[in-house]
Design a protein around this ligand. Sequence first.
Ligand code: VG1
Ligand code: CO
Length: 542
Amino acid sequence: MIQTVATTPYADQKPGTSGLRKKVPHFQQPNYVQNFVQAIFDSLEGFAGKTLVIGGDGRYFNREVIQIALKMAAAAGFGRVLVGRGGILSTPAASNVIRKNRAFGGIILSASHNPGGPTEDFGIKYNIGNGGPAPERITEAIYARTKEIDEYRIVDAPDVDLDKLGSFDLEGMKVEVIDPVADYAELMESLFDFDAIAAMFRDGFRMSFDAMSAVTGPYAQAIIETRLGAPVGTVRNATPLPDFGGHHPDPNLVHAKELYDAMMGADAPDFGAASDGDGDRNLIIGKGIFVTPSDSLALLAANAHLAPGYSGGLAGIARSMPTSGAADRVAEKLGVGLYETPTGWKFFGNLLDAGMATICGEESAGTGSNHVREKDGVWAVLLWLNVLAARKEPVKDIVTKHWAEYGRNYYARHDYEGIDSDAANGLVAALREKLKALPGTKVGPLTVAEADDFAYLDPVDGSESKHQGIRILFEGGSRVVFRLSGTGTSGATLRVYIERFEPDPAKHGMETAEALADLIAAAETLAGIRERTGRAEPDVIT
Ligand code: VG1
Ligand code: CO
């Protein structure tokens, strides 16, 4: 029986960089979830009788929202929903399920790298039929709809048992509870040389994968331990927990510090990796060397041909604007296109669909390819393993040789979290105002060459996205980028991206902070971070 329930709009359901993210108690307000889910369905056309995919990263509130979404999908007229057992699907696995089953779209429940638990974060996002995040045109339609919604529809039925594989009827809609790992593991096996990687493990190669008590545990165990034969225990924190064990499932040097320390120790394994809450990010650390995500993108692009799935070469490389230019020189050498997009995976979808790019990446530990339409943490780790198995060299040697060949991009991101929103907006507005006057100005030893507010014109569909970050480029190719996060849930987060290109191999051994010191000082001078936000230091440096 379909019930139509009257509701009133919430004013704050604007999707950010990756869906709608709020604190759990915020989502628990009456009809907050129902309004947003109905707004998604109201913004779509032609899905009657078609398939929807639903899954999440297992965080607190996941199961409750899945039941609501299932009952609303049935009321909306979907013919079938595929849902991961236990409500679990990593973001890249969900993308794969959508593509493989030619589903109409999918709803992914996650706040990614943000903490989980009763007072922490939750999120909902919609993915389209290509398996990728909805483009801005759709997220804007959803937001517009949330502002005028006055009713939602839901079937009156008992909850679906999410822990039993199989097919169930939900008021005329078929619900299939599927194994969340099987299809994904099969896809990985089709891309990489599992025999070579397994042989490397048999020869004593040691690895540590930290799943951070988040969604990748079951994926990494099934693939790395079971299929590739790495010793049991290679995957740590492998059970997805609703609160991620109280940790912040963000694979960076701050939140994965234990792994980092282990990798810098005398008895370090050969290779360390971690993933985030929903499994789309990756952290790569070799024995004694952290690989920045921007370098990892460049290295993977340069070596991808060593994996069977990419032996035919790359069509092109895409990176988000704040990501370092390391990949640009790889693209140049390969003679393929390099595309610079705004932050967020949704901007890669068109390039991948059009066959213009094969590998994409972001400085925020996201790397992926045309195998799905999301960034993919486990995929990046497996591609690294494939490269290591083929080259039979330590990570450190591979990285330093890469720098010697292409030059090194020293890179850091400074995050100022939970700052006052007005102060953050004021800082960006002030920078925007002086952009025109900046070229030619001296800031310490540096001279500004160009300054702009990044805008993107999608080469495939002609859509335009403005105000995607303030770029200040200095003579000699260094730069500082300022932008506000679109994924935070309290106050504002200012991200300052700092990059310096160093072609001379004799100067590749510096500490990053030392190499970037002039730029860090220039960022402060130009933006007045301390004065405007009251913060003397960033909260997180990655
Ligand atoms: C951040 C990252 C961005 C990433 C996004 C979603 O966005 O900077 O590169 O695509 O998170 O990743 P923002 O707007 O906070 O800078 V995830 O793993 O949170 O889905
Ligand atoms: Co994520």
